[in-house]
Ligand binder design. Structure first.
Ligand SMILES: Cc1cc2nc3c(=O)[nH]c(=O)nc-3n(C[C@H](O)[C@H](O)[C@H](O)COP(=O)(O)OP(=O)(O)OC[C@H]3O[C@@H](n4cnc5c(N)ncnc54)[C@H](O)[C@@H]3O)c2cc1C
Length: 759
């Protein structure tokens, strides 16, 4: 029994003080990736999330799918899926949850966070106050947990604001912007003539299911679709659920922070109104058995404050793919803006302008220019409203969050300030720390001086020399132009043989194209083209190009659309090769070609995009000279995915077992070996709803062993489905050789490794 007499002076709730190196506020994808990366780098982290689960807009409370530079595979950014922690989370989600159940994604985030001993996780805890001990230094933040009625006083050396609305940065007094800058401020041609208040709005989704018997629906009295425009009414489809309802948007012309609750009520009104319309208007067939399964109770928030850092990203940085010295992340989603009135607007619900390739994001965009110990992560990073249209997607936010966590670790371990960190000597090491873990920063390779493997003599049981992709796959009608990206060598004239069949006498046009920028995959340059007059029937076609590339780079062997012709494909899948199609993907404003009305400062170009497996077969062809781009030097060339070149070592296609040997002249003290496998960075891995045909990437080595010079197995792994495996030993080993035995389960793919790092 517990009995307390009255306390005339009132009572105080419990206050718990937690001291850590880093306090991360906001457990969306950005905050989660930041906390995990910092914790793994030895930083004591407190992660505070005001909701009962992690994931923010990707959580089961909002249910958006995580997107990034691959843009649903609807743009020209080949092999651009984000690596590092967000990559690991999405590959784990693919393995456990290829159907895209948002509840399971929650558990993956929760598991990955609670497995980190350096993280103290506070759920249901909302930060409401920020304290400073100097004008430019935060000392603590204060939170309240509604579940245990506790107040928290969270002291930290560094703070990362990943809260979406930027509560900490705002309270600390950091400079911020909200709304659209005028065109002349940063010379952004997509920007309005005058500054505008309009923002992207909030959204709430619903899920429905078939109850197996008729279910009635009586809408609440507040439900209404009055005022919705005709365009939005036409978008209502009875089977659409979750993120497919992204256009159910409102609030961009309101105060998206202060009036968030009012916006939510308006969205509930619309959501229940739409469901009433679907069930009861008589305009939809087969809806009697449908029932609402879930409706969001908090809105997904798109846009509010953007805080100003040491760098500021603008439209030109994205479109021109400008390189920066302090690159720690990258983006590749289109510049994607929506009208503020959402469902009540007569403008299209979104307009996306893509770039020709990915762009770097500088560390300076994640560090407050005003508060020395404050980092930003997620949608609040330092960018213009226009650039925010691209940086805001969650895989990009997670990738940036990972960089912030690693940056904090660097500051702590090297006793350097955030301003010092921006100096070249520190940036190089930080980039190295990130890339070793498979993070991937475009145009920033790993450096050989940090890798013992680059000093070893490496040999292999076999090495792929690709002269043929056999004709054992389906025929592909050339209803749309079809191509094959191939990593070709400079100054080399190639000769290809393909098999085609014509329904009637017709002409086939074959082209060899490449991208102006050697690291892009937008094939705007036609190097050479040839026409072939075909009679009806099957033909083996010899295509001899005489023009050559000035540099090693990917080239597109393509065949222009001709519905009377089919081309033979292969079942063979080879790391770093991909077929692409000049098709249409309206979901990401891809109509085959990007066209621009007026001068918006973006490019017009064709989209050549891959198909998802089990489709997307490579074109069957023979290649002369053979592709000699899968060799051992790639294992230490600093690239962990295709980038201008294939960058991969592959064993002979016939071998389902392979062995690599690293031999040094002197014994080496080895702490760990990091292996970078092929997790197909070209394939988008949407976290929810989308569904994927396989639970692991077929190119990825499933089983391997590492052996020392005496033949002892010092590390082994079965059932691998991750791109990066860090093999740590119980104690450092001294050896003059390492052998790596590899097994590949997938019959169509050769064994492949991008990079071996020995430390
Ligand atoms: C409807 C909609 C559709 C979108 N479509 C996509 C899409 O398809 N794919 C995609 O990748 N992106 C999409 N976006 C963009 C993307 O969801 C956001 O830009 C992204 O979630 C931002 O990530 P974040 O981690 O910064 O913020 P959030 O995901 O919002 O996470 C921030 C977290 O911080 C928590 N928080 C806030 N305040 C506090 C506080 N005071 N104390 C503690 N915790 C706090 C919040 O509850 C939240 O969980 C969409 C956005 C919306 C709204």
């Amino acid at each position: 029994m517990y009995h307390e007499l009255s306390e005339p002076a009132g009572r105080s709730s419990t206050v718990e003080t937690i001291k850590s190196d880093l306090v991360v506020v906001g457990g969306g994808v950005a905050g989660v990736c930041c906390a995990i990366s910092a914790a793994r780098a030895g930083v004591k982290v407190t992660l505070v999330q005001d909701r009962p689960v992690l994931g923010g807009n990707a959580s089961s409370e909002v249910r958006l799918w995580v997107l990034g530079a691959t843009s649903h595979m609807g743009n020209n950014n080949r092999w651009s899926r984000e690596g590092g922690i967000i990559g690991e989370l999405l590959l784990e989600n693919l393995f456990r949850n290829k159907e895209g159940n948002a509840l399971i994604f929650d558990t993956i985030l929760l598991e990955k966070v609670v497995e980190e001993k350096n993280i103290t996780l506070l759920l249901n805890t909302s930060i409401h106050a920020t304290n400073k001990n100097a004008e430019n230094n935060i000392s603590s933040v204060e939170g309240f947990c509604s579940q245990n009625s506790k107040f928290y006083n969270l002291l930290g050396s560094y703070f990362c604001d990943a809260s979406g609305d930027g509560i900490v940065a705002f309270q600390a007094g950091a400079e911020f912007r909200m709304g659209a800058e005028a065109k002349n401020e940063f010379s952004e041609k997509m920007a309005p003539e005058e500054p505008e208040k309009e923002l992207l709005g909030h959204s709430i989704y619903f899920y429905s299911k078939d109850a197996g018997k008729p279910v009635k629906y009586v809408a609440p009295s507040f439900a209404s679709i009055d005022g919705m425009t005709e365009d939005r009414m036409k978008r209502i489809r009875s089977q659409d659920v979750g993120p497919r309802l992204w256009w159910l948007e409102y609030g961009g012309n309101s105060e998206t922070i202060d009036e968030s609750e009012e916006i939510k009520w308006q969205l509930w009104k619309v959501v229940y109104g739409i469901w009433d319309y679907i069930k009861n208007s008589g305009n939809f067939e087969n809806v009697d058995n449908l029932t609402l399964e879930w409706v969001g109770t908090i809105p997904g928030k798109r846009e509010s404050r953007r805080f100003v850092g040491h760098s500021f990203i603008t439209q030109q940085d994205i479109v021109e793919q400008r390189n920066v010295d302090d690159a720690v992340s990258y983006g590749g989603w289109a510049i994607d803006h929506h009208p503020g009135d959402g469902v009540y607007s007569d403008k299209p619900p979104c307009r996306q302008y893509h770039s020709k390739g990915v762009y770097q994001i500088p560390l300076g965009a994640f560090i407050s220019k005003d508060i020395d110990n404050l980092f930003f992560a997620g949608r609040i990073i330092s960018s213009s409203h226009i650039a925010f249209g691209s940086t805001r997607v969650m895989a990009t936010c997670g990738h940036g969050g990972h960089a912030v966590g690693e940056a904090v670790a660097y500051c702590l371990h090297h006793n350097c300030s955030t301003a010092d960190l921006l100096q070249a000597s520190h940036i190089t090491q930080l980039q190295q720390n990130l890339n070793e873990k498979g993070h991937f920063i475009p145009n920033v390779p790993l450096r050989p001086e940090f890798n013992l493997a680059s000093k070893a003599n490496i040999s292999a049981s076999s090495q792929l020399l690709l002269s043929e992709l056999p004709c054992d796959g389906p025929w592909r009608p050339l209803v749309i132009s079809t191509g094959q990206w191939l990593p070709l060598s400079q100054n080399t004239a190639y000769h290809f043989t393909v098999t085609v069949r014509a329904a009637k006498s017709t002409t086939l046009c074959a082209q060899l194209r490449h991208s102006e920028k050697v690291t892009n995959y937008t094939p705007e340059v036609i190097l050479e083209q040839q026409h072939y007059q075909l009679d009806a029937g099957e033909h083996r076609l010899d295509i001899k190009f005489t023009e050559t590339l000035a540099e090693d780079q990917y080239a597109l062997l393509c065949f222009l659309a001709n519905p009377d012709i089919e081309i033979a494909c292969t079942t063979r899948r080879v790391s770093s090769l991909v077929s692409v199609f000049n098709g249409v993907n309206k979901a990401v404003s891809n109509n085959g070609k990007q066209t621009v009305d007026g001068d918006k400062g973006v490019d017009e170009f064709e989209f050549w995009t891959p198909e998802r497996r089990p489709g997307g077969h490579n074109i069957a062809l023979s290649i002369t000279p053979s592709l000699d781009c899968f060799n051992l030097s790639n294992l230490t060339n600093g690239y962990t995915r295709p980038y201008q070149r294939s960058n991969v070592w592959c064993a002979d296609t016939e071998h389902k077992e392979a062995e690599l040997t690293l031999q040094w002249q002197q014994p080496q003290r080895v702490n760990k070996v990091i292996l970078h496998f092929d997790a197909d960075f070209d394939h988008a891995l949407e976290s929810s709803l989308y569904g994927h045909p396989e639970d692991r990437v077929p190119f990825c080595v499933e089983r391997f062993e590492v052996l020392d010079d005496k033949g002892n197995v010092v590390y082994e792994k079965h059932d691998n489905h991750q791109a990066v495996v860090e093999c740590r030993f119980s104690a450092p080993i001294t050896t003059d050789a390492l052998r790596i035995k590899l097994w590949q389960a997938h019959k169509d793919c050769p064994i492949a490794i991008y990079e071996i790092i020995v430390k």
